[in-house]
Design a binder for this molecule. Structure first.
Ligand code: ADP
Ligand code: ASP
Ligand code: MG
Length: 448
């Protein structure tokens, strides 16, 4: 029997309608052993974060947030279970979790201190709640399954809020999981949560994708399916361009680049553990389960066409330039300056005595003053990032499309140049706040 890992993201477990869809997907597959990895219900991790941030304040805002979290899950239970006895037992276990969450917050208030360890513990409740409810729902629908605490498998380092996996231990723990799968066709577990020496850790925001990959890694799964709320990895964010198309096959390098530039679709580094073991990874839509989805593969240097495969709008960037003379500071000084003052450094190059950089999200309020002091010219820009294989050697037909785009939108452009960023990406700079106006046009030329 094949082992499959199925990961369902926040919107796929957001409410009772979504959870029923997840159940249909799982129950329609009786041939495979299934490890079902769930995120917290959409919006709950944000609320837990807020809860941990307000826990130290004097007012009682935390009680209102707790109430919202409680109401969300109780409503979910009432809608899912028609049988009042089953819903009562589910409410009991959920109340138990909510009580321990409340005790944690009250502990923070008494101690007047919140450590990363406690914060991670608080954040873990979203996944603990969603998996607990879904497990009981699956049982109530007559499917044999086991609820596994992900901390038994996913061991990490001690960076509690952004923990890195301990691959060796995870591989060893995979044996336990394989044994469980001999007795149960379905194992339900949490994404996002791990442990370091029995202390709860979390893998960073959006970390459930990584969890799925790690579970797959631990048991040498046959396939990993990332179920989300869009039809796969698409030519651009379909929320921005409704005409976006599904990319049937994409290389892991392009996906990593997309994630690095900020596309929300997959957590960076997510799929690497799986691909290292040649486990195929697919992205599918919970709300359109018969769609073809996207297969992610490792291209291992095989020859390829050089075309743009996807694009991303990045708003509120800065385009920086600085003349560098012989007596200027060392080039690496400026690189470090930008790296430590911005969340993202998309491009940094040096040509004709000019440093050129494209950055996003200043880390501090005086970063822009600092740039002025350091004599950088800075312009606010929107950017469209283009992704594909072998971007520096884009083929002729594609190049002429790009030229056509720059001609047509020249009044929106900050610079006529496409800045090649890496083998997999290039950036087109637009005047600030113009991105949304042109993205559909650029998309239509490249993909329609
Ligand atoms: P999940 O909760 O399932 O983990 P996420 O919200 O993390 O889902 O990621 C899915 C979202 O990523 C989509 O709803 C979509 O708006 C966004 N997205 C951004 N860029 C892309 C893209 N190129 N292809 C598909 N989705 C994208
Ligand atoms: N619930 C976590 C988050 O919202 C992890 C995830 O959904 O992937 O970041
Ligand atoms: Mg996600």
């Amino acid at each position: 029997m094949a082992i499959k890992v199925l990961k369902f993201g926040g919107t796929s477990v957001a409410d009772s309608t979504a959870m029923r869809k997840v159940f249909e997907i799982i129950s329609s597959n009786r041939e495979d052993k299934q490890i079902v990895v769930l995120s917290a219900c959409a919006g709950i991790t944000d609320k837990l974060l807020k809860l941990s941030e307000t826990a130290l304040s004097q007012d009682n805002e935390y009680l209102q947030i707790l109430e919202k979290i409680e109401n969300h899950h109780l409503k979910l239970i009432v809608e899912l279970f028609r049988d009042s006895e089953k819903s009562a037992s589910c409410i009991k276990s959920v109340n138990f979790l909510l009580q321990s969450l409340k005790k944690l917050i009250e502990g923070v208030k008494i101690l007047e201190e919140i450590t990363p360890k406690i914060k991670a513990e608080i954040l873990s409740y979203g996944e603990l709640l969603s998996t607990n409810i879904f497990y009981q729902y699956v049982l109530s629908r007559g499917l044999n399954s086991f609820l596994l605490d992900s901390r038994e498998i996913i061991e990490t380092d001690n960076y509690h809020l952004n923990a890195k996996p301990n691959f060796e231990k995870i591989q060893q723990n995979g044996e336990k999981l394989k044994k469980l799968l001999q007795n149960y066709p379905i194992v339900i577990t949490q994404g996002f949560i791990g442990n370091w020496k029995k202390e709860t850790t979390v893998l960073g925001r959006g970390g459930s994708d990584l969890s799925a990959s790690l579970f797959g890694y631990s048991v040498n799964a046959d396939e990993i399916l990332i179920w989300t709320d869009v039809d796969g990895i698409m030519t651009t964010d379909p929320r921005l361009v409704p005409n976006a198309k599904v990319i049937e096959k994409i290389t892991v390098d392009e996906v990593a680049e997309l994630s690095f530039f900020g596309a929300k679709v997959l957590h960076p580094d997510t799929i690497k553990p799986a691909l290292a073991k040649n486990i195929p990874v697919k992205v599918l839509n919970t709300f359109n389960p018969n769609g073809i989805g996207t297969t992610i593969y490792q291209n291992n240097g095989i020859t390829f066409e050089s075309k743009v495969s996807s694009m991303l709008l990045i708003e509120d960037c800065f385009y920086l330039r600085r003349q560098v003379t012989k007596d200027s500071r060392d080039f690496s000084y400026y690189l470090n300056l930008l790296k430590s003052n911005f969340e993202k450094l998309f491009k940094f190059s040096f040509n004709d005595n000019t440093i050129l950089a494209i950055v996003k999200s200043p880390k501090g309020s005086d970063t822009l003053n600092l740039l002025e002091q350091e004599e950088f010219l800075n312009q606010k820009v929107d950017a469209i990032a283009l992704f594909g294989l072998n971007i520096p050697n884009i083929d002729k037909e594609e190049k002429s499309k790009l030229d056509y785009i720059t001609d047509r939108i020249s009044e929106f452009l900050e610079s006529k140049l496409f800045f090649v960023v890496s083998d997999y990406s290039a950036i087109l700079l637009l005047q600030p706040n113009k991105g949304k106006e042109v993205i559909e046009f650029v998309h239509s030329i490249l993909f329609d």
